[in-house]
Ligand binder design. Structure first.
Ligand SMILES: *[C@@H]1O[C@H](CO)[C@@H](O)[C@H](O)[C@H]1NC(C)=O
Ligand SMILES: *[C@@H]1O[C@H](CO)[C@@H](O)[C@H](O)[C@H]1NC(C)=O
Ligand SMILES: *[C@@H]1O[C@H](CO)[C@@H](O)[C@H](O)[C@H]1NC(C)=O
Ligand SMILES: *[C@@H]1O[C@H](CO)[C@@H](O)[C@H](O)[C@H]1NC(C)=O
Ligand SMILES: *[C@@H]1O[C@H](CO)[C@@H](O)[C@H](O)[C@H]1NC(C)=O
Ligand SMILES: *[C@@H]1O[C@H](CO)[C@@H](O)[C@H](O)[C@H]1NC(C)=O
Length: 360
C-alpha cells in the first residue's frame, strides 16, 4: 500500500521540559497537521487512520520476531530509521536499540530556507548510514537554545550505531551571524551542506510561505510587488526575503571558520528535476558507499515532483497545499535578477562554482 506524505518545514516550538518521547510525538502531530489543509483534513485523516491500522497489522504480524531479535542485539542500520528514538515497549517508554547512542551531528544542512533542505534531508535518509534528525532543533541560531549546552543538543539527537552519520538541518543557521562560530566550537571538522536555488525563485517561494503563514494568522494578503518593491519602483532591499537571497553576504561568515573543502553545495533547482545525481554527489562528499538507488525516486506527473520510495511508504516532496508562487510581471522579475546579479557573482567567486543564474 502506498501513501504520499508531503513534508513542510516545521519549526517546532517544542516545550523544553518534555521528554524525548513526547517531543517526538509532538513533532509528528504537527507534521500531519501542517500537511493537510483543513478542508481535506477529515478525509485525509480517515485515510491515514486506515493506513495506520493496516500498517499496524503488518507490523504486528511479524513484530514479535523483529522487535525481539532486534532487542536481543540484532538490529540493522535501517531499524534505526524506524525507531530513531527507541522502540516503544507498550507502557509509554521507549528502549533504545541495543548498541546505539545519541551522538552530536557530524553533518549539518545549514540552509538555505526554501532551497529544498527538507527534500535533501529526506533523500539522504534513504541511505542506511545516515540518520536524520526529524525536527529542526535550531540550536545554533537561537541564543536561548544554544545556552542549554551541547549535552542538551545531544539529547535531541536520534539513536545511531557507530558509523552512522547524524544529520541535522535548520535552514536559518545559514543567515545567523553567530552560527558558524558555534558550529566550529562543537566540531571544527563538521561537514556542512548548503542547498541553494536561483535567488529569485527562492524569493518567490519564501514570499508564498510568508503569506501563507500570515493568512493563518488572519492577516491581510499582500501582493508581491507591495513588499518587494518600494513605491518608486526600486527593489526594497530591506525586505527580509530579499536579503536572504543575497547568499554571498552570509556565505562569507561560514568561510571565516570552515574551508570550502568541508562545505558541499547542492543545486536546489537541479534537485527538483534530477534528484538522484545531486544525492549521489552528496554521498560522495560524505564519503559514503553509493547506496541510494535511482529507482528509489519516481516522478509524479500529477504533482510535477519526484517522490521517494521507502520500505513502508512513498514520500512526495512538494507541499500538499501545492503552494503556488505568486504571479509576478516579467518586468519585476527582471528588476530582481539585476538586483541579485552582482551578489550572485560574488557568491560564484567565493564558492568556486558558477551557477549561471539569470541576470536580466
Ligand atoms: C541476526 O540477523 C541475521 C541476518 O538477518 C541472521 O542471519 C541471524 O540469524 C540473526 N541472529 C539472531 C541471533 O537472531
Ligand atoms: C516501562 O517498562 C520499563 C521496563 O519494563 C520500565 O523500566 C519503565 O520504567 C516503564 N515505564 C513506565 C512509564 O512505567
Ligand atoms: C567531528 O566531525 C568529524 C567529521 O565528520 C567526525 O569524524 C568526528 O568524530 C567528530 N568529532 C566529534 C567529537 O563529534
Ligand atoms: C526610490 O527611493 C529610494 C529610497 O526612498 C531611493 O534610495 C531610490 O534611489 C529611489 N529610486 C529611484 C529610481 O528613484
Ligand atoms: C501523485 O500526486 C498526486 C497529486 O498530489 C497524488 O494524489 C498521488 O497520490 C501521487 N501519486 C503517487 C504514486 O505518489
Ligand atoms: C558563468 O557562466 C556563464 C555561462 O554559463 C558565463 O556567461 C558567466 O560569465 C560566468 N560567470 C562567472 C562569474 O564566471
Amino acid at each position: 500500500m502506498k501513501m504520499a506524505i508531503a513534508f513542510k518545514d516545521v519549526d517546532l516550538n517544542f516545550n523544553l521540559t518534555i521528554n524525548q518521547t513526547k517531543l517526538h510525538r509532538v513533532s509528528y502531530k504537527r507534521l500531519f497537521y501542517r500537511t493537510f489543509d483543513k478542508k481535506r483534513f477529515v478525509y485525509s485523516f480517515s485515510f491515514l487512520a486506515i493506513f495506520l491500522f493496516m500498517f499496524q497489522i503488518l507490523i504486528d504480524g511479524n513484530s514479535c520476531s523483529n522487535v525481539s531479535t532486534c532487542l536481543s542485539g540484532n538490529c540493522s542500520f535501517e531499524d534505526t530509521h524506524k525507531y530513531p528514538y527507541g522502540i516503544p515497549i507498550g507502557n509509554g517508554s521507549r528502549l533504545p536499540i541495543p548498541g546505539t547512542n545519541q551522538r552530536l551531528p557530524e553533518v549539518l544542512i545549514i540552509g538555505v530556507r526554501k532551497g529544498g533542505t527538507r527534500a535533501l534531508l529526506e533523500m539522504l535518509n534513504l541511505h542506511p548510514d545516515i540518520q536524520k534528525v526529524p525536527m529542526e532543533v535550531h540550536f545554533f541560531d537561537r541564543t536561548d537554545r544554544h545556552a542549554l549546552g551541547l549535552e542538551w543538543y545531544r539529547h535531541q539527537m536520534p539513536f545511531t550505531f557507530e558509523g552512522q552519520l547524524t544529520v541535522e538541518k535548520s535552514p536559518s543557521y545559514f543567515i545567523t551571524p553567530e552560527a558558524p562560530k558555534r558550529v566550529y566550537k562543537m566540531n571544527s571538522s563538521a561537514k556542512l551542506l548548503l542547498i541553494v536555488r536561483d535567488p529569485v525563485v527562492r524569493l518567490l517561494s519564501d514570499f508564498a510561505q510568508i503569506e501563507a503563514t500570515r493568512s493563518e494568522w488572519k492577516k491581510k494578503p499582500r501582493s508581491f510587488e507591495d513588499v518587494a518593491l518600494l513605491s518608486n519602483g526600486s527593489v526594497n532591499f530591506q525586505y527580509k526575503a530579499i536579503q536572504v537571497s543575497m547568499y554571498a553576504n552570509y556565505f562569507r561568515h561560514w568561510l571565516e571558520y570552515f574551508p570550502l573543502s568541508q562545505i558541499h553545495l547542492v543545486d536546489g533547482d537541479r534537485l527538483i528535476w534530477d534528484p538522484w545525481s545531486e544525492v549521489r554527489k552528496t554521498e560522495k562528499f560524505l564519503k559514503l558507499q553509493p547506496k541510494i538507488r535511482q529507482d528509489q525516486f519516481y516522478f509524479n506527473s500529477t504533482k510535477g515532483f519526484y517522490c521517494l520510495r521507502t520500505a513502508e511508504a512513498s514520500k512526495c516532496l512538494a507541499d500538499t497545499k501545492g503552494r503556488k508562487h505568486p504571479v509576478v510581471s516579467d518586468e519585476t522579475i527582471s528588476k530582481l535578477r539585476k538586483h541579485f546579479a552582482s551578489n550572485n557573482r560574488q557568491f560564484y567567486v567565493i564558492a568556486g562554482r558558477n551557477f549561471s543564474w539569470p541576470e536580466s
